[in-house]
Ligand binder design. Structure first.
Ligand SMILES: [Ca+2]
Ligand SMILES: [Ca+2]
Length: 253
């Protein structure tokens, strides 16, 4: 069974690296699923401490990944050496306080661990939905997935989300029907329901330290107390909470 899974995984791996410039491995198997993302800051580095769950010889990259998958709950990722075909599975994610040796050929691939369909970014998982609903229902839908409406805390996070919104085909349908809507908007997790003009992130009950308002916003034009992001620009707008929009859920990994 492992061999069959390995073959399938090899096929997927080759397919995916031919499609994406950013290297990663994505394996669907009978057993489970694993997604790894390469963290190039660890290239040619190997922790000198003995924090490894397992050390394996003569492995290809896929077999090394599969070994991590088989130990998914405790495997934090994969250190793999393309030159020596050595595979090491760390139990903890590498961090700045660990001591490293410089050794040519080692690469670190982090176990992402987001649920299928969710996108990984900076220790969080995000779901971009197609379904349109009110802000409060969107919040409930996210909560039913163990998540919350996305809270955008930095320009970097805002750029990443905007890029992913542009990548999705979420809005293609309306445009292909000859009704281009460049103001298409998506719910995110803040509102000013309690205090007008004082927006609060709902999940963390915190003020907007970072904001990216569109020009003239927030304007509360029609009694607008809920926050949306404009998918083509990444700018923010307040809208009536009862508007039907798609939404972005977020959860910590
Ligand atoms: Ca308002
Ligand atoms: Ca507005």
């Amino acid at each position: 069974m492992l061999k069959e899974s390995t073959n399938l995984c090899t096929f997927l791996y080759l397919l995916l690296i031919s499609l994406y410039s950013e290297w990663f491995v994505k394996c669907n198997t009978n057993l489970n699923k694993i997604e790894l993302i390469k963290l190039s800051e660890y290239d040619n580095l190997l922790p000198s401490l003995e924090h490894f769950l397992m050390e394996l010889k003569d492995m290809d990259h896929i077999e090394c990944t599969m070994a991590c998958l088989m130990n998914k709950l405790v495997c934090a990722g994969v250190f793999y050496n393309n030159l020596t075909k050595f595979c090491k599975l760390p139990t903890n994610h590498p961090n700045e306080s660990m001591v490293y040796d410089t050794q040519p050929g080692w690469e670190f691939w982090k176990n992402i661990g987001c649920d299928p369909g969710w996108l990984y970014h900076s220790e969080h998982c995000y779901l971009l939905t197609h379904r349109k609903t009110s802000w409060h229902d969107a919040q409930l839908q996210c909560e039913s997935n163990g998540a919350f409406l996305a809270e955008i805390k930095s320009a970097k996070e805002n750029s990443w989300i905007t890029e992913k919104l542009m990548d999705t085909n979420m809005f293609v349908l309306q445009e292909s029907q000859g009704l281009p809507d460049f103001t298409e908007q998506v719910w995110i997790g803040a509102n000013d329901i309690d205090n007008e003009d004082s927006f609060i992130w709902s999940e963390t009950n915190s003020t907007l330290n970072f904001s990216n308002w569109n020009q003239g916003e927030p304007n509360d034009e029609y009694g607008e107390d809920c926050l949306a992001i404009i998918h083509k620009t990444g700018k923010w707008n307040d809208l009536p909470c009862s508007s039907n929009l798609s939404y972005i859920c977020e959860k910590r990994k």
